[in-house]
Design a protein around this ligand. Structure first.
Ligand code: SAM
Length: 236
């Protein structure tokens, strides 16, 4: 890929390339497998159905794209897009085992400049990607542009709880469970960014406003796990 990214995006891309070999195992260990439930909810709320042309932005190693594939079946198609090619390599090999018969494409590309025509996709998902892009409004604008009118997108990510008790628990969990577990696997620095990234990330209410400003007809944020996670459901 010849595209050049900002220094901040280049650093994010390098982090996700480095953690690719342990990413799936760490997700399972850190969420006690719960991330699979939240991802299944996001796919359900994207309203993906047989025959759909579906998009998973910031697909990483492909969890959401592979769940979408189960919904769109052999008559549909799923495109997974990410800028970290090491993650895409893992996604490709997982697809061969898990979903060999559904048409799937893994694209190295930028969530802030999606390489698609307008009004292409029947549904879309994004898992833990919006918090990591360097320009959230632009990412939402691009998502809106490539969806067909009335199409839905479900955006799953961490969320900062509003209650002080839950906020304290989340900070404790990130500092005392996530970072040490990542350290165990030789990736402490790579995971130290999560807490500040959650701090900076717009709240559900703010995400709704941003999505409406980018033209989404409907935007609803559903908090999960006492507000520590959330799914933003968007309708173009
Ligand atoms: C935390 S991972 C999530 C992966 C996967 N969606 C999941 O839920 O397991 C975030 C992903 O976003 C990707 N990413 C961040 N910014 C991006 C951008 N501007 N364009 C494409 N991918 C991006 C990273 O490479 C990384 O794979």
């Amino acid at each position: 890929m010849t595209k050049t990214f900002s220094p901040q995006a280049t650093e994010i891309k390098a982090i996700f390339d480095r953690i690719a070999p342990i990413y799936d195992e760490l997700n399972d260990r850190l969420s006690f497998g719960q991330h699979r439930i939240w991802k299944a909810m996001a796919v359900k709320w994207s309203e993906a159905k047989p025959g759909d042309n579906a998009l998973d932005i910031c697909c990483g190693s492909g969890d959401l794209a592979l769940l979408l594939a189960k919904k769109v079946c052999q008559t549909g198609k799923v495109t997974g897009l990410d800028f970290a090619c090491e993650q895409l390599a893992i996604a490709t090999s997982r697809q061969m085992v898990k979903c060999p018969t559904v048409p799937m494409e893994w694209l190295e590309g930028d969530a802030l400049a999606l390489p698609f025509e307008d009004n292409q996709f029947d549904c879309a998902t994004m898992g833990y990607g919006l918090r990591n892009v360097t320009n959230i409004p632009l990412c939402m604008k691009e998502l809106h542009r490539v969806l067909k009118p009335q199409a839905k997108a479900a955006v799953l990510d961490f969320h900062r709880p509003s209650k002080a008790l839950m906020q304290g628990f989340q900070q404790w969990y990130l500092a005392n469970i996530v970072v040490p577990t990542a350290e165990d696997m030789g990736m402490k620095e790579e995971y130290a960014y999560i807490n500040p990234s959650v701090e900076r990330f717009p709240t559900g209410k703010e995400q709704v406003k941003l999505a409406q400003a980018e033209g989404f007809q409907q935007a609803v944020h559903y908090p999960l796990m006492g507000g520590m996670m959330g799914i933003l459901v968007l309708t173009k």
